[in-house]
Structure formats: structure tokens, C-alpha cells
Design a protein around this ligand. Structure first.
Ligand code: ADP
Ligand code: MG
Length: 433
């Protein structure tokens, strides 16, 4: 199928050509005709599958066919970064048209607010907004929403995670009832359907099954106790083929600690988390895109929706809690059929979670051990799985040779200082490479 087959406005097709979009992705193929037909939909497909164009193209088409005076379309997005990215895509698709769009978001300075207000007053067909900022703009009565035709919730799952439910409902309460509502999400937890039932009448659901990670991704897994992970990451980063790297860790505190450690080693590193204000985050993203930063370290806030091309390496410092998050995270590399590497550090506690991931990706990865100078990592087979059904022996072995509490208490570090494997039983050494 080609984009021309949708019979979109010719000016949109020109924009698509200029952006070198040749073939619609699966979600685009399914969603575009349905949205053009005017129905409400939920569209669910994993990150990086082209959901943005799936809703923008038909909405833009409808707008060109039926121009309105006030705001025609509102797109709600969870973060400023995402709002700006959506706006950039719209600018590309609408380049040859006279449709206008503006991104409005909080977190900037007062000047931003004034600029956004002014731009809204002079009129924009499409507003891309974070919920909080839109509410204050609506409150200031600067926006004419009486002509609104489309409401789109992008990354609805993330917006609910971030606690935007009430804001969303507040916004919807002031919108015209007769409108098309489109809800897009990377995942489909029950609260999404609940939200959909609350804000749409009847709707169609399009779900593109989570696909396995792109073939171009070299997926690796290294067994590591928590105290080994920073040194292991440092080792991994010695490979200078990895020019553009994202590291995911489970908590903000860890993110900061890792960043501190790597910075001390002289790498161009930046932590990325919700403690940073919006303009800081934006600056960081720009530096990363421009390759002035080699390593970006963040929590899952980084994993969805951020579209940076050409990432060479994704490191899961911790195994992500949800198997689908694994696919989302490593999907940051090897986009658009480029190749990339994804490395996951697995501690004993995370083994069951990693098994879930392997189930989802239908692939068992080889479990590597850390380089021997870092000491031995945990054994993969020693926890979690009851493969044989009678795991007695296995369990016995786990408790005898996995004294993790002790290692974390410092014996691992002191062992390392004194040259590696001291203080280990022979049974342990047997397992190291
Ligand atoms: P999602 O919202 O599903 O995470 P995006 O809409 O951000 O995905 O798209 C991911 C990337 O793929 C973007 O860089 C986008 O420009 C590109 N892309 C989307 N659809 C196509 C297409 N049909 N052909 C080429 N590139 C595309
Ligand atoms: Mg998206």
C-alpha cells in the first residue's frame, strides 16, 4: 500500500514526499482510513511505529477540506518534549498547506506563556498541548474552542501514569460534544479503556500486536550484582563505537549516581529525570541529538515518545518492570532499520522479570558474565524458574553460593580492590569466565 491510496489532500502527499515517507506503517494503514471516515478510535501500537502520522494525516486532511475559524484540533500529550515533536511533524506534513499549529506547554518562562497566548489569539488550527497548560489557557478565555472538530490524546497511557486523568476530564468538559475523539497509546492497560468509555461514545479499536524488537538490534544480557553494575557500565562504555548511548535505570537516585560516576570518568554524560525543569530537559535533548552528549541516563521518562535517530546503544542498568517497557526501551536504538545494540544488566532479583521479557520477545538471550576483573556475576539458572518441576537441588545451590546480602554489604567491593576473586569459594570461581 502507498500513501497515495488514502486519497489524502494532494498538498499532504507532497509533504509526505518531502519527508520521504513512502509506505504507511501498519498502524497508519489501519487507522488513517477509519479516522477519515469520521469514527472515534483507540489506536494501540508500540513506540516507534508511526502513531503520530496515523492521526495527524487524516485530521489534517479533514481540516483542509473543512477549514474552521477557531481551533480545529487539540492534541494532548504528556510532556513538553513530545508536544514539540508532534508539532515538528505537523509542520512537515503541512508544509505545503496553510494549516497552522502551535505547541503549548508549561514549565517555560513567563515569556513563553505570553507568546503562546498571543499565538492562540491570532489563531492556530491545531494546538498541541500538555494538559496543565491548556487548562490555564482555557481559563484565560483566550482560546476559541467552539469550532473544535478533533480531540486527540497521544500517549494516553503515559498521561494517566502521570496523573493527568482529572485534567483531561476538565478539558473535555469545555469541548463541543460533537467532535471526533482519537486516543493513542503504546499500551492498553484497563484504565485506558475506562477512560475511553468515559470520553467517547462508540469507538473502534485498532491494536497492532507488540512486535518483537527489530532484527537489527543486537540484544545482550550480562549477569551483574548491583554493586558491579557501575563498573560494568564503565567497561561497556570503553567501546567507542558506541557514540550515542541511552542508559535506563529504575530510580531517579540511581540515575543521578550513575551520571556522577561517569562524569568523573570524563565522559560527556547527562542525567535526565523529572527533577530537571522543562527548559533544562529540552536543552539536554538538543545536545544529545546534536551529539554533543554521548550518554543520556534516565528513568523510563526517556523511553516513550522521544524520537532521537541513530542511537547506537541502549543499556538497561536495571531490568525494566514491564516486559513491554523492554521493547519500548530498546526500540530507541536501531530505528528505521539501522543496527544497534541493547545490553541488559540482570541481578538475581530481576531474573524472573527477565524471563517474562524473553517470553514476550520469544527469544532466549545468552547470559554473559561480567569481565573477570569485576568479579563473578550471579548465575542465571539459580533463581526464578521451576523448569524441572522438582527444583530442590537447584534451590539448595542457590542459597549456598549466592550470598548476595554479604556481597552487597561490601565484600564484593573489598574483594575487587584486593584483586578480584579473593574471598570467594572455589565453587564461585568455577563459574567465572
Ligand atoms: P510513535 O508515536 O508510534 O512512537 P512516531 O510517530 O514518533 O512513532 O514515529 C517514529 C519515527 O518513524 C518518526 O521519526 C517518524 O518520522 C517515522 N515514521 C513514521 N511513519 C513513517 C513512515 N510511514 N515512513 C517513514 N518514516 C516514518
Ligand atoms: Mg508517539
Amino acid at each position: 500500500m502507498r500513501f497515495e491510496d488514502f486519497n489524502l489532500d494532494p498538498m499532504i502527499n507532497e509533504g509526505l514526499q518531502a519527508m520521504s515517507f513512502e509506505k504507511p506503517t501498519p498502524i497508519q494503514e489501519k487507522a488513517i482510513p477509519l479516522i477519515m471516515s469520521g469514527v472515534d478510535i483507540i489506536g494501540c501500537a508500540q513506540t516507534g511505529t508511526g502513531k503520530t502520522a496515523a492521526f495527524i494525516l487524516p485530521v489534517l486532511h479533514h481540516l483542509l477540506q473543512n477549514p474552521t475559524k477557531g481551533v480545529n484540533t487539540i492534541i494532548l500529550a504528556p510532556t513538553r518534549e513530545l508536544a514539540m515533536q508532534i508539532d515538528q511533524q505537523i509542520e512537515g506534513f503541512s508544509y505545503f498547506t496553510n494549516a497552522s499549529s502551535i505547541a503549548v506547554y508549561g514549565g517555560g518562562d513567563g515569556e513563553d506563556y505570553v507568546r503562546q497566548k498571543r499565538a492562540l489569539k491570532t489563531g492556530a488550527d491545531i494546538i498541541i498541548a500538555t494538559p496543565g497548560r491548556l487548562i490555564s489557557l482555557i481559563g484565560s478565555k483566550e482560546v476559541d474552542l467552539s469550532q473544535l472538530n478533533h480531540l486527540i490524546l497521544d500517549e494516553a497511557d503515559r498521561m494517566l501514569d502521570m496523573g493527568f486523568h482529572d485534567d483531561i476530564m476538565k478539558i473535555i468538559s469545555v469541548l463541543p460534544k460533537k467532535r471526533q475523539t482519537l486516543l493513542f497509546s503504546a499500551t492498553m492497560p484497563p484504565n485506558i479503556r475506562k477512560l475511553a468509555k468515559g470520553i467517547m461514545g462508540s469507538y473502534e479499536e485498532i491494536s497492532i500486536k507488540i512486535s518483537k524488537p527489530a532484527e537489527g538490534i543486537d540484544q545482550r544480557a550480562i549477569m551483574a550484582h548491583d554493586p558491579q553494575k557501575e563498573a560494568l557500565l564503565t567497561e561497556v562504555l570503553k567501546n567507542k563505537d558506541f557514540q550515542s548511548v541511552i542508559v535506563f535505570a529504575s530510580t531517579r537516585e540511581k540515575v543521578k549516581n550513575i551520571a556522577r560516576t561517569l562524569k568523573r570518568k570524563g565522559d560527556k554524560v547527562q542525567d535526565f529525570h523529572s527533577d530537571l525543569d522543562q527548559s533544562e530537559r529540552e536543552k539536554i535533548m538538543q545536545q544529545f541529538k546534536a551529539r554533543n552528549l554521548r550518554v543520556l541516563i534516565g528513568t523510563d521518562i526517556l523511553s516513550r515518545g522521544i524520537d532521537v535517530e541513530g542511537i547506537d546503544l541502549v543499556v538497561n542498568f536495571d531490568v525494566p518492570p514491564d516486559p513491554e517497557d523492554y521493547v519500548h526501551r530498546i526500540g530507541r536504538t536501531a530505528r528505521a532499520s539501522k543496527t544497534g545494540t541493547a545490553i541488559t544488566f540482570i541481578n538475581p532479583r530481576d531474573i524472573p522479570k527477565f524471563r517474562q521479557i524473553e517470553k514476550l520477545i520469544e527469544k532466549e538471550l545468552k547470559k554473559e558474565q561480567p569481565p573477570s576483573e569485576l568479579g563473578e556475576g550471579p548465575q542465571y539458572s539459580s533463581a526464578g524458574k521451576s523448569r524441572s518441576g522438582k527444583g530442590g537441588q537447584r534451590h539448595g545451590r542457590r542459597s549456598s553460593r549466592n550470598p548476595q546480602g554479604k556481597r552487597r554489604g561490601g565484600s564484593f567491593r573489598s574483594g575487587k580492590k584486593s584483586g578480584g576473586h579473593s574471598g570467594r569459594g572455589g565453587g564461585d570461581n568455577r563459574k567465572s569466565r
